[in-house]
Design a binder for this molecule. Structure first.
Ligand SMILES: C[S@@+](CC[C@H](N)C(=O)[O-])C[C@H]1O[C@@H](n2cnc3c(N)ncnc32)[C@H](O)[C@@H]1O
Length: 264
C-alpha cells in the first residue's frame, strides 16, 4: 500500500503547517509568548512572560550588546522581551512558520525593537549565521520538535563564540520509569502539539555534552502554568478555540533548564 501525502510530509513541513494554522488563535488567546510554563523568581511571584524571559536571560549570562539567536522563536514575544531588556543587543529569530515570522516582525515594530531584530523562516538545525558569531542561543519550549537533538546542539555550538552559552527552557518528559498510562500520555502530548518527541532532561544533557558543550541542568523551582491554562477558557467559563484544541494536554512532564557553555 502506498503512503498517503500526509504520511510523506516531513517533520518540518508538518510543524510549519501546525504553527501557520494555529498561531493567530494562540496569539488571540495567550499573547505572543507560546510557553506552557513561566519561570518565576519565587513561588508567589506573579506570572509574567517577559519577566520569565528576563530570568532565563540572566541565568544564561546574557549581557547588553550581545548577538543572540532565538531558535524556534514563535511569534517573537521572548525575542522582543530580550531586546527591550538589553537595548544594545541584536537578535536573529528562526521559525519554520512564515506566519509566525511575519507576526514576530509586526510585534518587533510595535515594541520599537525592529532595528535590532531579524526574523527568518528557517530550520534551527541550520542556523543562518556564521560560525562563532553569537554569544547566546536560546531555545524556549521548542527542542521537543527536533528529530535529532545531537545535531541541534552541534549546530548551536557551531555558531557560538567561545564563552557563549546555549540556554534551553523547556518541557521535558519526567524521568522514567513510566507507567503504560504515562507513556501513552507523553505520546499523546507529542501528537497534540506536533512535537517529534519530548525527551528527558538527562537525554538533552547527553546530546549537548556530546556536542562539546559544558552542561549544567536543573528542574526550575518555581514555574507557573495558570496563565497558560487560563488562556484556554473564554469569558463564559467554557473552553475557547484554543482550549477546545489543547485543553487535554496533561502529561508527566517537568520544566527544566539546560545551560551549555562553549568553553574557550
Ligand atoms: C511552542 S512554540 C515556542 C515559541 C517561542 N519559543 C516562544 O517561547 O514563544 C515552538 C516553536 O518552535 C519552532 N520550531 C519547531 N521546529 C523548528 C525547527 N526545526 N526550526 C525552527 N523552528 C522550529 C516552531 O516554529 C515554533 O515557533
Amino acid at each position: 500500500m502506498s503512503a498517503s501525502i500526509d504520511d510523506r510530509e516531513s517533520d518540518a513541513a508538518r510543524i510549519a503547517r501546525f504553527y501557520d494554522g494555529w498561531s493567530p488563535t494562540f496569539v488571540a488567546a495567550a499573547g505572543h509568548t507560546f510557553q506552557s510554563g513561566l519561570v518565576k523568581a519565587q513561588a508567589d511571584a506573579h506570572e509574567d512572560p517577559d519577566a520569565s524571559t528576563r530570568l532565563c536571560a540572566a541565568q544564561a549570562g546574557m549581557r547588553d550588546g550581545e548577538q543572540v539567536i532565538d531558535a524556534g522563536c514563535g511569534v517573537g514575544g521572548p525575542a522582543c522581551a530580550l531586546l527591550q531588556a538589553y537595548p544594545r543587543a541584536t537578535l536573529v529569530g528562526v521559525t519554520l512558520s512564515p506566519v509566525q515570522a511575519a507576526l514576530a516582525q509586526q510585534l518587533a515594530l510595535k515594541r520599537r525593537v525592529a532595528d535590532r531584530a531579524q526574523f527568518v523562516v528557517g530550520d534551527y538545525h541550520a542556523l543562518p549565521v556564521d560560525p562563532a558569531s553569537c554569544d547566546r542561543v536560546f531555545f524556549f519550549e521548542c527542542t521537543g520538535y527536533s528529530p535529532d537533538p545531537a545535531r541541534l546542539y552541534r549546530e548551536a555550538a557551531r555558531v557560538l563564540r567561545p564563552g557563549g552559552t546555549v540556554y534551553v527552557k523547556d518541557v521535558f518528559a519526567k524521568p522514567p520509569p513510566w507507567t503504560e498510562a504515562e507513556a501513552a500520555k507523553l505520546r499523546a502530548f507529542d501528537a497534540l502539539w506536533a512535537c517529534v518527541r519530548t525527551g528527558t532532561l538527562d537525554e538533552a544533557a547527553s546530546a549537548a555534552g556530546a556536542a562539546g558543550l559544558e552542561v549544567r541542568t536543573r528542574v526550575y523551582p518555581h514555574v507557573g502554568t495558570a496563565r497558560f491554562l487560563g488562556a484556554m477558557m473564554g469569558d463564559d467559563g467554557r473552553p475557547n478555540a484554543f482550549g477546545r484544541g489543547f485543553l487535554d494536554t496533561l502529561a508527566p512532564i517537568v520544566f527544566g533548564e539546560l545551560i551549555g557553555e562553549k568553553t574557550p
